[in-house]
Design a protein around this ligand. Structure first.
Ligand code: CIR
Length: 258
């Protein structure tokens, strides 16, 4: 069956997005929407049926839908986002996920953003960040207890989310900036480092048969191709002004396990 990619339209209030590590700069909304549409086309080209949810003026960061849920083969876990301004994004995403998975929830006092959760095969790494705390790790461990996952904490430095520092290219290979996360946390994995001139290049979106990757990081793209990965590039520069990258704009739902 065709896999699904759930996306969310850019909010009219996108300019009021949360910012943690970057200064606020003007966002060109027309360009941002065009880039988002190109992103959705790239998902469709890779074989996904794109399901786009509506957003609203009271949820500036809604386009970064990854932060609201973690989709596993067996269940979907709704997050409790670390930024209070983002908690209203969750219910509509839960409604959409009900069609695909049994939905579970992270509860207060835990906070967690999906951007802090890296899944590679049966290994789940959770970044302890300004958005994600240990209560969330405990709850995630208990929600996943019967499914055979190993859950590990990962410390990060100088970046928003774990997946700003490391993402999975397949079940055995990670793309990483070792200055933002300790490679020793990931023993047993093959590690491809980002080009040192492209420190923000560790966020790559693993699709079924290719990697979707920002065109802003051509040197790291060369490394990915040299390691045998098929790479499709998109311009995500306007989304990057809101501290977003390629993984955060979709929730991928593999239809085979629904
Ligand atoms: C935020 O600070 O929450 C948004 N402006 C950016 C979220 C990016 N999400 C992600 O990388 N998973």
């Amino acid at each position: 069956m065709q896999p699904v990619a759930i996306t969310r339209e850019i909010s009219p209030a996108f300019a009021d997005c949360e910012l943690t590590h970057q200064p606020r700069v003007p966002i060109d909304m027309v360009r941002a929407r065009a880039q988002h549409e190109a992103y959705e086309r790239a998902l469709a080209d890779a074989g996904y049926r794109v399901e786009r949810l509506k957003s609203d003026a009271d949820m500036p960061d809604a386009v970064f839908i990854e932060d609201t849920a973690i989709v596993f083969e067996e269940i979907a876990v709704m997050t409790r986002p670390g930024a209070v301004s983002r908690r209203g994004e969750v219910p509509a995403v839960a409604d959409a996920l009900e069609a695909h998975r049994a939905v579970r929830r992270i509860e207060a006092p835990a906070t967690i953003d999906g951007g802090d959760v890296l899944v590679a095969g049966r290994c789940v790494f959770v970044g302890l960040s300004s958005r994600t705390n240990r209560d969330a790790v405990r709850q995630l461990r208990s929600l996943l207890a019967s499914y055979g996952y190993t859950i590990c904490e990962a410390a990060i430095e100088d970046c928003l989310h774990l997946k700003s520092a490391v993402t999975a290219l397949n079940n055995d290979t990670l793309l990483m900036n070792p200055r933002l996360v300790n490679p020793q946390t990931f023993t047993g994995f093959e590690i491809i480092e980002v080009d040192p001139e492209e420190p923000m290049a560790a966020n790559a979106l693993r699709l079924r048969d290719r990697i979707l990757f920002p065109s802003a990081f051509p040197r790291t793209a060369v490394r990915l191709r040299a390691n045998g990965f098929r790479v499709a590039t998109i311009d995500a520069s306007e989304l990057a002004k809101a501290e977003g990258a390629v993984t955060c704009c979709s929730l991928l739902v593999d239809a085979t396990e629904a």
